[in-house]
Design a protein around this ligand. Structure first.
Ligand code: AMP
Ligand code: MN
Ligand code: MN
Ligand code: MN
Length: 297
């Protein structure tokens, strides 16, 4: 077993996906991969689902890894959708399950509509095929993108999004999403910390970023995911500045999805490792002890 107190030099990852949403690896395999790479703290943050957490917990105990129970919601912020990662989620109660079911129903009615649009565009793909790719309960656009790849209609999933599945493209279909205030309130109700995920992927004009993040804080956001693969070092620095100024906790994650995205587990901006020392204030809030000095074991 790993020591209960983590070291500042420990490798960590607070944003990953499994087969319970749109990742390609099971929770058990993801924990094994994290173990092989020497990570000691891992959050699983499947979209709209906590069903993978129990599986992950068992494997994490075996491997001596500290699992952070997480989730990721897409939430409406005016006209745009932002992603919120919730970290430190307790076992669900009825209110939480109801919300997940409402989001699930929204997906279930959206997916056949996307398939119909793709069929009308001349692509011969079926919901059945997509269900098989998804394996779990959550069917999301990366699974649909993968079906387009497997049938040879596009080269890769990114092309599928760009040409057909993104908002504004011909096979896009809206679905129900909670508002930012609803999502953060629900995460807090579950004892969790709401973190604004990958702010660099939100299409705010750069000069308005700080005021948007400030508004999002007033809607319940408590942290900012600054250390993230597609953030450039300059973006990461700017987000860190904003986080410090607005007193938001900094988080870091790879957004690992296995084969559905190229992000390796445990690495953030510039493929740099995500270290315990960087996550210290957030880990304290999550009651994950970390030793004071770089040198202590
Ligand atoms: P959904 O929740 O079903 O609308 O699907 C949204 C998910 O699609 C996001 O959480 C991303 O993980 C994924 N996604 C968005 N854009 C891309 C892209 N260009 N390539 C691969 N995955 C993407
Ligand atoms: Mn995803
Ligand atoms: Mn996301
Ligand atoms: Mn994600």
């Amino acid at each position: 077993m790993k020591p209960l107190v983590h070291k500042p030099s420990d490798l960590m990852d607070l944003h990953t996906h499994t087969t319970f949403s749109d990742g390609s690896e099971t929770p058990e395999t993801l924990i094994d991969m994290a173990f092989e790479r020497g990570l000691t703290v891992v959050a699983i943050t499947d979209h709209d689902s906590i069903s993978g957490l129990e599986h992950a917990e068992k494997q994490a105990t075996k491997r001596g890894i500290r699992l952070v129970r997480g989730i990721e919601f897409s939430a409406d912020y005016g006209e745009i959708s932002v992603h919120i990662v919730g970290l430190g989620i307790k076992k669900p109660d009825e209110i939480f399950i109801e919300m997940l079911q409402k989001i699930g129903k929204g997906r279930a009615s959206r997916n056949p509509q996307i398939v119909q649009k793709l069929n009308e565009l001349g692509f011969d793909i079926t919901l059945e095929e997509i269900r098989n790719i998804a394996a779990g309960d959550i069917i999301s656009r990366p699974h649909i993108a993968e079906a387009l790849v497997r049938n040879g209609y596009v080269e890769n999933t990114n092309e599928a999004f760009k040409k057909y599945l993104n908002r504004g493209r011909p096979a896009y279909q809206e679905r129900y999403r909670p508002t930012v205030s609803e999502a953060t309130a629900m995460i807090k109700h579950m004892g969790g910390i709401p973190i604004l995920a990958h702010p660099g992927l939100i299409r705010f004009p750069f000069e308005t970023m700080e005021s948007h993040i400030s508004r999002l804080k007033s809607m319940g956001i408590e942290g900012l995911e600054t250390h993230y693969p597609v953030h450039t070092p300059a973006m990461r620095q700017e987000f860190s500045r904003i986080a410090k100024k607005l007193r938001l906790l900094e988080s870091g994650g790879s957004d690992f999805h296995g084969v559905f995205k190229p992000n390796p587990i445990g690495l953030g901006t510039d493929r740099e490792p995500i270290l315990g020392s960087f996550l210290r204030p957030l880990l304290e809030r999550l009651n994950i002890p970390i030793s004071a000095s770089m040198n202590t074991a």
